[in-house]
Write a protein that binds this ligand. Sequence first.
Ligand code: NAP
Length: 233
Amino acid sequence: MNILITGASRGIGAAAYALLKSRGHDVVGHSTRGGSELIGGDLEDSEAPSLIWDAAIDRLDGKIDVLVNNAGIYETADETASDEDWQRAWARTMTINLQSAADLCRLAIRHFRETGGGRIVNISSRAAYRGDSPQHWHYAASKAGMIGMTKSIARGYASEGILAFAVTPGFTVSEMTADYLEGRGGAKILAEIPLGRVASTDEVAEVIRWAATEAPPSATGAVIDVNGASYVR
Ligand code: NAP
């Protein structure tokens, strides 16, 4: 399959990129600045999604079968911030985590209509259902938005062979969470996870791989938790 995955430079995205490639898929990865293998594009820039999409189409000989929206940020903003900082933080998180993913989904759906179908896998978060810390309302809201978007796509386009899945990791070892896990909050986080440990990027990558390439069509619209039973809904 021909696959585009955003945020493939590190963490969950890098693990999914490597896994999908190792299974013989043609995979194009992306990161903010790009690199020898990865397409570059800052998803805070409103033009980036279409530039990334076009570059991926070029590299994949005109056809994409799967879009994985994985890139994301986990920045802080709480109620004590200035109005300007608060609104800037919300706009930045919603743009990178949700709007850019929506833009890419839209491009994918238009393309899939021409090619006879395809799959979208959106990487959301446990925070979509459980909420997050007082510093991360905007993060939780962006990830909840992704769930509503994914389900709407699944319901709206299944009859055209377009499938959509969301993956909702809990704490996963990556740069995004390293400080939390190494700091004083680490023991508390582990105590909340019945499995006794946070997820590995390889575990989340395996769920992404399954949704992207193997999940049966009737599973479209599913949201798959990967959180060690730390939040069971
Ligand atoms: P990570 O290690 O921080 O990596 C984030 C990825 O997103 C990187 O490839 C980064 O590219 C890219 N990215 C960040 N800002 C970008 C921007 N403005 N434009 C383009 N690309 C950008 O994150 P992760 O922990 O692997 O998380 C991956 C996804 O899983 C995210 O959507 C996150 O919200 C979600 N998630 C993670 C956890 C967790 O515990 N780790 C839990 C639930 C959900 P650069 O290298 O170029 O910056």
